[in-house]
Design a protein. Structure first.
Length: 502
């Protein structure tokens, strides 16, 4: 019965997704996402951060449809740069370079691009159906959670994000602490007292997510790229026939299925998403292959599996946000911020309170994946030409758009100042090899954690034992403690570092 109700909700969502305005915004997002994925060095995180100001002047449905399509559209575009240029346009497409570019050098760029697009489309549609079927039951389960359970769940999510973050565990914990501190800047809701405002009146309402995200990821990346000397990118233009051969289909269909399943599961993990899914799918295919030496030399499975996995992971990473209110990665954290600015609180109540938004967003993913399949293959010649445009022509336009976007939100020059400050900090993080994604997750979750923490203490009359006296809360905290202990064990820490490096 629940399945029939979910399918009915999905059909209702399709009627919303096919509204002319929503179709237009979905198409715009798909085109921008593909463009961002094709151009090396940008990525969906920078794109979503830069376009957040525009979404504030749109309806909630249209804004989320466009921003979400940018996210999963970048998974498609990233494969084009990886195959033709051997330069991943997006981090989740790094592993596609290994076999995709080798296929291009052998004159088989067309089949590589087609397998990537077809695998991504299949994975995107299947994983979206997974979201439609399983998100509502998870949301009903989440309704059983009280304030204590929410605090414990979010603490567990932050810990898991640290486990899956590249680099030093201490650095990742430091990023979490900094994100929590930045999220607490402003006026205390209960007492009305100013916290960490440094006597600056503009900080009374807290730090906006837009200047923070655009500075750390957008401007910081631009400053880093300006360091590199301009060079001509060698683009592989010999596309050849696009349609894969029968042998390509025979070799890749199992890899697509495994990549779709693995990506759908890993997308649920905090800190997981598309990047972790693509690497794990490639490693799995290599281990299952009867001839692992083929990988890295143009194996079609080495393209099909990671491209299917990264798109599946991008779709299912919406489940924690829509059912629990917890963003699973930095891009989803920005989408969570966009929802809250629109007056929508992510979480289990969104299905009952905003059914049009929930089902419209999910249905638009199916429509968007079909659009991306049509966009990517016929327009591959255009993307090849865009790869030849020198980087220095894009940077000034991006900086201008970022400054205008930040200023127009509150018509505040101080926000532009914050953009520059966080841009310099983001550049410093890049130089110091500090991954800022945990900072964004903690920044977005801090108000929710603080609010539920205070509610839990009010319910228990100030007794902190409520977090361990409730079974679900205790179980979540114990799981988090196990992860922390595992990270502190030298053998496990070395295994984690070796796995991430591989």
């Amino acid at each position: 019965m629940d399945i029939l109700a979910n399918l009915a909700g999905l059909m209702h969502g399709l009627s919303i997704a096919f509204e002319p305005a929503n179709l237009m915004y979905c198409l715009i997002g798909c085109l921008l996402g593909t463009l961002i994925g094709v151009l090396p060095g940008l990525g969906p995180l920078n794109a979503v951060a830069m376009l957040l100001p525009i979404s504030f002047y749109m309806t909630p449905d249209a804004a989320l449809i466009m921003l979400a399509s940018i996210y999963y559209g970048a998974q498609y575009g990233g494969s084009t740069a990886s195959i033709l240029v051997n330069m991943p346009g997006e981090t989740s497409s790094i592993v596609t370079c290994l076999d995709g570019h080798q296929m291009a050098r052998q004159g088989r760029a067309g089949p590589a691009l087609a397998v990537a697009a077809l695998g991504s489309a299949f994975a995107g549609i299947v994983s979206t159906l997974f979201v439609a079927l399983f998100a509502p039951p998870l949301a009903n389960l989440a309704l059983l959670f009280g304030p204590a359970e929410y605090v414990s769940l979010m603490v567990l999510g932050l810990i898991v994000a640290v486990v899956l973050t590249h680099g030093s565990v201490l650095v990742a914990l430091g990023m979490l602490a900094l994100g929590l501190l930045l999220g607490s800047v402003g006026t205390d809701v209960v007492s009305g007292a100013y916290r960490m405002t440094l006597g600056i009146p503009q900080l009374a309402d807290g730090i906006g997510i837009v200047p923070l995200a655009m500075g750390l990821f957008g401007m910081g990346e631009i400053i880093k790229n300006l360091e590199s000397k301009e060079r001509q990118i060698a683009v592989e233009e010999r596309i050849g026939r696009l349609w894969p051969s029968r042998e390509d289909f025979r070799s890749s269909w199992r890899a697509v299925l495994r990549g779709t399943g693995l990506g759908s599961l890993l997308g649920l993990l905090p800190g997981g998403g598309a990047m972790l899914a693509s690497f794990a799918a490639y490693a799995l295919e290599k281990k299952l292959s009867l001839n692992p030496s083929r990988f890295g030399r143009g194996a079609v499975e080495g393209v099909a599996a990671p491209e299917s996995a990264n798109n599946a992971g991008a779709q299912t990473s919406f489940i924690p946000l829509l059912t629990l209110g917890i963003p699973s990665n930095a891009v989803i954290a920005l989408l969570s911020g966009a929802m809250m600015i629109q007056g929508i609180t992510p979480g289990p109540n969104i299905i009952q309170e905003q059914p049009n938004l929930f089902w419209g967003l999910i249905a638009s993913m199916i429509v968007g994946n079909a659009m991306l399949l049509i966009i990517n293959l016929p327009l591959v010649g255009i993307w090849v030409q865009l790869l030849k445009v020198p980087y220095h022509l894009f940077y000034p336009m991006m900086l201008v758009f970022m400054c205008i976007g930040v200023y127009t939100i509150n018509t505040s020059g101080f926000d532009v100042f914050l953009l520059v400050v966080f841009g310099l900090i983001g550049y410093a993080f890049i130089k110091w090899r500090c991954e800022p994604a945990p900072l964004i997750l903690a920044f977005v979750l801090e108000p929710i954690i603080e609010q539920n923490f205070k509610r839990a203490l009010q319910v228990s009359y100030g007794d902190p034992a409520i977090f361990i006296s409730r079974p679900i809360s205790l179980a979540l905290l114990l799981i988090g403690a196990v992860f922390l202990v595992m990270l502190l064990l030298p053998a496990i820490r070395r295994t984690r570092d070796a796995s991430l490096q591989e």
